[in-house]
Design a protein. Structure first.
Length: 188
């Protein structure tokens, strides 16, 4: 299958009232199901906290899980969260971006297995991403992958920093997890 084939399949789905997210890897179409609600909320929080740093400084662009990238190996994929430096994408195209993001973030959903997610992140790193992040809500860990060195696992007591992309930005890992509201808060 090619990108054109994928676009035809996607158009057929949309005409039938089905709005599936499709990816293309090694000539095979992959249907990506929706995330569980916890993973979705974590993605929103991560984007919000990062965007509050990135956009005022005009460092680049942040994309959610619907933002597709065509990679050099003809894969079409959409990380849960991605970032591209301003110097690499001065204006967002009205199509898929034909480049490897500088940062890719994958958030483990309830039904996901870790190994395929790690493989996806490692592929991004091999193709040129500077940083890959795996957020695992089940373990409440954040694993950071870089082009050099071993992956670094962070827990609730740690702070995520990415000086190669966002000098000065800090994200306490504990801020990623959805809060549990007290009864008093829900009656306000």
């Amino acid at each position: 299958m090619t990108l054109k084939d994928l676009e035809k399949v996607q158009k057929t789905f949309k005409e039938a009232g089905q709005d599936y997210q499709l990816e293309l890897e090694s000539g095979k179409i992959i249907i990506v199901g929706p995330s569980d609600i916890v993973s979705s909320e974590i993605g929103v929080v991560f984007i919000w906290l990062l965007a509050n740093w990135v956009y005022p400084r005009r460092l680049g662009r942040i994309f959610d899980s619907a933002g597709g990238f065509i990679l050099p190996d003809a894969t079409l994929t959409a990380p849960d969260v991605s970032f591209v430096r301003a110097s690499r994408i001065r204006q967002s195209p009205r199509y898929f971006a034909e480049l490897v993001p500088d940062l890719v973030v994958e958030i483990k959903s309830q039904s996901d297995r870790i190994k395929p997610i790690v493989n996806k992140i490692n592929k991004f790193i091999e193709l040129g991403a500077q940083v890959g992040i795996l957020i695992d809500p089940d373990e409440e860990t954040v694993t950071v992958y870089r082009q050099t060195g071993e992956p670094m696992v962070l827990g609730n007591q740690d702070i995520l920093i990415l000086p190669e992309l966002f000098p000065g930005w800090e994200l306490p890992i504990s801020e990623l997890w959805p809060p549990i509201f007290t009864e008093a808060e829900t009656q306000a």
